[in-house]
Structures are given as C-alpha cells and as structure tokens.
Write a protein that binds this ligand. Structure first.
Ligand code: PDD
Length: 281
C-alpha cells in the first residue's frame, strides 16, 4: 500500500486527508519542494531543504524542522514506498485555522504533506529535445519563493499543452524570465545566457548544478537578462528542472531552434550532469 506523509505520520494513501480549513487549500498559503531520487539516493537534498527553509522564512512561516529533520522524514517515506528512481514532493502550509487572510493568532502548527512517485529518467526527450512556446509572464513579483500559488504557472503550462508543446517559456515584456516549471538558457556563439537570480525567477537547484558543470568545463555562463528576439535567434535552448534535468528545446513557437538538432553545448552539459548524478547519488 502506497504511503503518504501527513505531518509526522505515514498513512495509507486513501487516509491522507487534510482539513478544508488548511491554509494551503484555501489560500495557497504554503511552500513546497520537488526532489529527485536516483538509485535510492535523494539528489541534492541539502540544497532543496535549504531552499524550503528560505521560502518559509520569506513568507514568515516558522518551522520546527531543520534540513536534517526534513531529510529524515523523507527518507522514511521513500523507504516505505520502496522508491528506487523517482521523486518526492513535499509541501508545508501555514496550518489549519478558520478562513481569515491574516496569519492565525496565536500561530498554529504548520501542516506537512509529502508523497513519492517512481519513474525513470526522461531518456527519450533528453536525447531528442522538446517543443516550447513563449508566453507573457503574468505571475507575481516573488517568483524566488517556491510558493503553492501556481496559477500563473499552471495557465502557462496549459497554454503550452494547447500548442502541443511541453514547456512554456515566459517573458516579462521583452525579458525572458523562466519556464512554467523550469529555468531557461539561451546559448549563442558558445556562451550560455540565463536570467540572473532575483525575485523574477526561482533559483533552480538544477540551474546551480548546470552552473558548476559549465564552470568545470570552462563554458562561459552569463547570468544576464536577454530578450525574446535573442532567444528566438539562439543556437541552442535548454530548460532545466529537477524532473526534466538538462532538457534541449528543439522547436520554439513551431520554428526550429538553431539547426533543429540537439546542440554540442547541450550535449556537453548533459554528459556533465550524468556524471554529477553518478558522483552525488
Ligand atoms: N519546479 N522555475 C520554476 C517556476 C519551477 O517550478 C522549477 C521547478 C524550476 C527549476 O527548479 P529546480 O531545478 O530546483 O527543480 C524553475 C519543480 C520541478 C516542480 O514544480 O515540480
């Protein structure tokens, strides 16, 4: 029987229920992480839980768990579900209280929920690339917080699905920000460009790994904003996340990216990423 973590208890899937007054349910008042598991090892767990704690701090949510505490909870859940390759989703809300926009006073216990998923790496798309479309970024101005409020992201992804694309690359006016659930890179003349880390994007853990790999391989990695036109004229485009890793985009708005094939810098980063997984799992 699949187990789900509700606060500190592993419960059977069908018993995993929260109150209608959970603030995550009513307001989207909470934060989350999605973490990858390779060969039973939780990949970059430290970085993910540090980001979770940062998100909590940014929304004024006091948590009683440390990085180690969260890691232990997740390990138990993964073991119970015997996850070899897959991922674990964890969310924390501001708890259960009668509906009122302001924080509950006195504060109530945060609600934690986590579940796992077993699946293989997306080998076929990593090799062949995916299609993306561009769309205006209509999200709030704190995209650095991994908040449960994902309506903007959901609408962007749905827009992509409507056009038979797997990702929507968002832009604020002319500035490319990030994907609906990924970071975005434009590669031109051997240089990788990606939006700087600030309130307009999520500081992706995969992005951090890609930056390390690029530095190791001495591929210039520029954290600078770039325009929609620059993206359209890129030699290669990549989107990255915990679930899609270093994913090539071979079609943008129905047009081939570069020569329409997965490019050499993308392949080199993918090779580096595979090695990084081997060393860190
Ligand atoms: N999302 N930007 C956004 C808006 C994201 O939702 C994600 C990841 C990323 C990449 O972050 P990371 O490399 O740390 O996964 C960037 C996860 C996968 C999700 O929502 O399931």
């Amino acid at each position: 029987m699949t187990k789900v973590l509700i606060n500190e208890t592993l419960v059977d899937e069908q018993d995993a229920k929260v109150s209608y007054n959970d603030r995550g349910y009513v307001f989207g008042d909470g934060i989350y992480e999605y973490i990858r598991v390779y060969d039973r090892s939780v990949f970059t767990a430290q970085e993910h839980f540090e980001r979770l704690l940062r998100s909590a701090k940014e929304i004024g949510l006091d948590l009683k768990y440390s990085v180690e505490g969260f890691t232990e909870l997740i390990q138990e859940l993964l073991a119970a579900n015997d996850v070899i390759n897959g991922g674990v989703y964890i969310q924390v809300t501001r708890g259960t209280a009668p509906r009122d926009h302001a924080f509950p006073t006195p504060a109530v216990e945060a609600n934690i929920m986590a579940f796992t998923k077993s699946y293989d790496r997306p080998y076929k798309s990593l090799e062949e690339g995916i299609n993306a479309v561009t769309t205006e970024d209509v999200r709030w101005l704190r995209c650095d917080i991994k908040s449960l409020n994902l309506l903007g992201n959901v609408l962007a992804k749905e827009y992509a699905a409507k056009y038979n694309a797997q990702e929507a690359i968002q832009h604020r006016g002319d500035v490319v920000t990030e994907g609906s659930s990924s970071n975005v890179y434009a590669i031109k003349d051997g240089v990788i460009y990606t939006h700087p880390v600030n309130n307009y994007i999520l500081n992706g853990i995969t992005r951090m790994v890609i930056k390390t790999i690029a530095e190791d391989k001495e591929i210039p990695f520029k954290e600078e904003t770039f325009s929609l036109d620059f993206l359209k004229n890129a030699d290669e485009i990549i989107v990255s996340s915990t679930s899609i890793e270093v994913m090539p985009v071979v079609k943008l708005n129905g047009e081939s990216v570069g020569n329409g094939e997965v490019g050499p810098i993308t392949k080199s980063l993918q090779e580096g990423f595979n090695r990084y997984i081997d060393v860190h799992s």
